[in-house]
Write a protein that binds this ligand. Structure first.
Ligand SMILES: C[S@@+](CC[C@H](N)C(=O)[O-])C[C@H]1O[C@@H](n2cnc3c(N)ncnc32)[C@H](O)[C@@H]1O
Ligand code: SF4
Length: 390
């Protein structure tokens, strides 16, 4: 019997038929593999080839963002503005075994960077166990965590011991009143303690991600950079994006990279741009005193052309683009115990057909407002940034 996995339905050819690997292998898209090929993967215990899958724009499948849980202990108003949320059914959430198996299959297709996110990943009870198991996969060269850090203080050490490589903390303000207003929680002290704890635990290359919004924190660029210097963290300023729960988004509230750099130059003098680093989203800059910081111009200068990222939700839906309207169900084949090579074929095939350039397409719109209104988000929680994973 044929089983179907409904893929991103913009295009008919993304419907992949499971259960007939020969047919799958014949599919045109699989020829886009730049090394090895899925035949090799399927025929040779998968792992031998270390194949790299490229999409239709030549972008490799390398970086996976894995949402471990859709729940969060903050309510940032650009992400979770509503009073109530419908959470993913608990029974749908991937188990630890399913997560590790799925990530293993992605690494067979070339993924070597895995970022754990959410919702708030520190709320996932088995986080340390997940880190430990993923860290044991030799194909993963970069295992990182994006967190609001509220609970990092008490878990930083065990995460380091479990093999977590890097930590990025999201922090948008250093002012208690603003933090409370933005997140609807009074937990700035815990976040700062979390950052200190990560440093004490020995995490190198700490990053602080800050979404800059006009009229909210665009007067804190310098304070945040100075905070980064004190905590030996690299601050990355992110342009406000019209994704998921950003129902209040408007172009007027976006502070562009150019404007951010102008403000910083007015205070620090000439700023030098460092050379670009492949698919990394941040442009990196250095101040005269050697302080390095980044700017992610995801709204005004999107980086779709080099985007090697995709996202898996906590319930196993795979999104090829942050802006994609639907995802590919990987939980069903996992739970139905599909042979690994079938799931690898499914992944490779879908990636080989990828043409997504969501952020660039949004930039091309003449009239631009929020991507979704609250009522649209209620229809499908997978549209939420806290479900899809940032
Ligand atoms: C969805 S959160 C999940 C991980 C964790 N809870 C955290 O906040 O770091 C991941 C990242 O997405 C970012 N994000 C959410 N909504 C955004 C928006 N509208 N524009 C830009 N970044 C956004 C957050 O600032 C955060 O850095
Ligand atoms: S998921 Fe992250 S960005 Fe969204 S509300 Fe929670 S802490 Fe804020």
């Amino acid at each position: 019997m044929c089983r179907f996995v409904a893929a991103d339905l913009h295009r008919r050819d993304r419907i992949v038929r499971l259960g007939d690997p020969r047919k799958v292998r014949r599919r045109e898209g699989l020829r886009a593999l730049s090394l090895g090929g899925v035949e090799n993967l399927a025929d040779t215990a998968l792992a031998e080839s270390g194949a790299q899958v490229a999409d239709r724009l030549g972008r490799p499948l390398r970086s996976l963002r894995l949402s471990l849980i859709d729940m969060c202990n903050l309510r940032c108003n650009y992400c979770m503005p509503a009073d109530e949320y419908i959470w993913l059914p608990r029974e749908d959430i991937l188990t630890v075994d399913e997560i590790c198996r799925l990530v293993g299959l992605f690494t067979e297709c070339g993924v070597d960077k895995v970022r754990l996110t959410g919702g708030e990943p520190l709320m996932r009870r088995e986080l340390v166990q997940i880190v430990e198991r993923l860290a044991a996969n030799p194909r993963i060269s970069d295992l990182s965590l994006t967190t609001n850090a509220v609970q990092l203080g008490r878990r930083a050490e065990s995460l380091k011991a479990a093999g977590l490589g890097r930590v990025t903390v999201s922090l948008d303000t250093l002012r208690r009143d603003r933090f409370r207003q933005l997140t609807r929680r009074d937990q700035l002290d815990q976040v700062i303690e979390g950052i200190e704890a990560a440093r004490r635990a020995g995490f190198e290359g700490l990053k602080i991600n800050t979404v800059i919004m006009r009229g909210y924190n665009d007067d804190e660029l310098i304070d945040l950079l100075e905070f980064g210097k004190r905590t030996r963290s690299e601050v990355r300023f992110i342009e406000y994006m019209d994704v998921g729960g950003a129902t209040q988004w408007s172009m007027d509230r976006v502070v562009s990279r150019g404007e951010m750099l102008e403000k910083l130059e007015a205070r620090y003098g000439a700023i030098e741009r460092l050379s670009a680093n492949g698919s990394a989203p941040a442009d990196r800059y250095v101040l005269g005193d050697g302080t390095v910081f980044g700017v992610i111009a995801s709204t005004t200068e999107p980086f779709c052309r080099t985007c090697d990222r995709s996202r898996v939700t906590a319930d196993g839906l795979w999104f090829l683009c942050l802006y994609a309207s639907s995802g590919i169900d990987l939980r069903t084949p996992l739970r139905e115990a599909a042979p690994p090579e079938e799931i690898v074929s499914l992944i490779a095939d879908a990636w080989a057909g990828r043409v997504d350039r969501g952020a660039e397409e949004r930039r091309g719109l003449s009239q631009r407002g929020p991507l979704y209104q609250i009522e649209d988000l209620r229809k499908d929680p997978h549209r939420e940034m806290h479900t899809r994973g940032g």
